[in-house]
Design a protein around this ligand. Structure first.
Ligand code: PLP
Length: 358
């Protein structure tokens, strides 16, 4: 019999967190709608645990190689982690990162809760230097939406020497393309809303760690803060996770081909792509107006925020006031889906051509 511990990622994605192969068991963990449980067992109350969450946590935990806790959203996870930072302590974080994370750090700093030092995450020497007196090092790699990469092993080593915890927001890479716990991170964060759930229909978050003490602390914080997912959301996210490997494979292949073709289009000034994954950022040669026109001229590509769904979406990031001023005005972040590459390209090229012919 094959040993489940030796399964490769695609098999783990399909099999982990299933009920046992026993007569009459369902193949999938059912949705357990319960706010409370009969006393005397381990469950007790719906804010502490839920079997549908547990199935999701088991599956994502197996893929990332750590213990998992599910949350109501990616940002609920971020808040719970930042809540662990001691009063007045220093957090190192990317100057370009998910805007909700940056806004939350700014808010905590403004209220005197902590000190945030924002760094260029690709400048490893600068990040290592900033780690020296930090208590938490927050990494996002690739970053949103600049798609910069952090040297996770080197930074994790510097953080360890400083006694700081390292968190990696692994939302863009997914556990199939990057496993931060293997690279030295203490904690991994996901907005499961994105690639993990993968169908633009549910909000969920998760944190993962190999440190049992940290797991216990975070479980305690989740119990008390109460930012827990609904059972239906956990079920949808788990259903999405079952096909993560297929979706990533197809979306990444589409992204790589689009990167080649976009680079040759005269309306595109710059293409940013870290070499893996399904997120591509382009900077329109003619700036913000051209970028806005592009996002309104396609039929297949949907003008929408968020990312990681089966459908291709895009938006000009600076349309948000919260986006960093160092992100080019004409930058369009593209979340490449799993449609046919020729249809995706034809739709994009038709819209791009109108920008150069006028
Ligand atoms: C979307 C996102 C978040 C926030 O997740 P929500 O599920 O929307 O709360 C955090 N980090 C990254 C990189 C994201 O893309």
């Amino acid at each position: 019999m094959a040993d489940p511990a030796s399964y490769r990622p695609a098999t783990v994605a399909v099999t982990a967190g299933r009920p046992a192969h026993e007569p009459d068991n369902p193949l999938n963990e059912p949705i357990t709608m319960a706010s409370t449980y009969v006393a005397g067992g381990d469950r007790e109350y719906g804010r502490y645990t839920n079997p549908t969450w547990t199935a999701f946590e088991t599956a994502l935990g197996a893929l990332e190689g750590g213990r998992c806790l599910a949350f109501a959203s990616g940002l609920a996870t971020v808040s719970t982690l930042l809540d662990l930072v001691g009063q007045g302590q220093k957090v190192v974080a990317p100057r370009h990162a998910y805007s909700g994370t940056v806004m939350q750090l700014a808010d905590l700093e403004a209220r005197g809760r902590l000190h945030a030092e924002l760094v260029d995450i690709a400048d490893t020497a600068a990040v290592v230097k900033a780690c020296a007196d930090a208590s938490l090092v927050w990494l996002e790699s690739p970053t949103n939406p600049a798609l910069e990469l952090a040297d996770i092993p080197v930074i994790a080593e510097a953080a360890r020497e400083a006694g700081a915890y390292v968190v990696v927001d692994n939302t863009f890479a997914t556990p199939l393309l990057q496993q931060p716990l293997d690279l030295g991170a203490d904690l991994v964060v996901h907005s499961a809303t994105k690639f993990i759930a993968g169908h633009s229909d549910v909000l969920m978050g998760a944190v993962l760690t190999r440190d049992d003490e940290l797991y216990g602390v975070l479980k305690g914080r989740r119990d008390l803060i109460g930012a827990v997912p609904g059972p239906f959301e956990a079920w949808l996210a788990l259903r999405g996770l079952r096909t993560l490997h297929l979706r990533i494979e197809r979306a990444q292949a589409n992204a790589q081909e689009l990167v080649r073709r976009l680079g040759e289009h005269p309306a595109v000034g710059e293409v940013r792509y870290p070499g893996f994954g399904a997120i591509v950022s382009i900077v329109l040669a003619e700036g913000a107006l051209a970028a806005d026109l592009l996002t309104h001229k396609t039929k297949l590509w949907v003008h929408a925020t968020s990312l990681g769904g089966v459908e291709s979406t895009f938006e000009r990031r600076r349309r948000w006031k919260s986006e960093a001023a160092t992100i080019p005005d004409g930058l369009v972040r593209m979340s490449v889906g799993i449609e046919d590459i020729e249809d995706l390209w034809t739709d994009l090229k038709t819209a791009l051509d109108t920008l150069t012919s006028s």
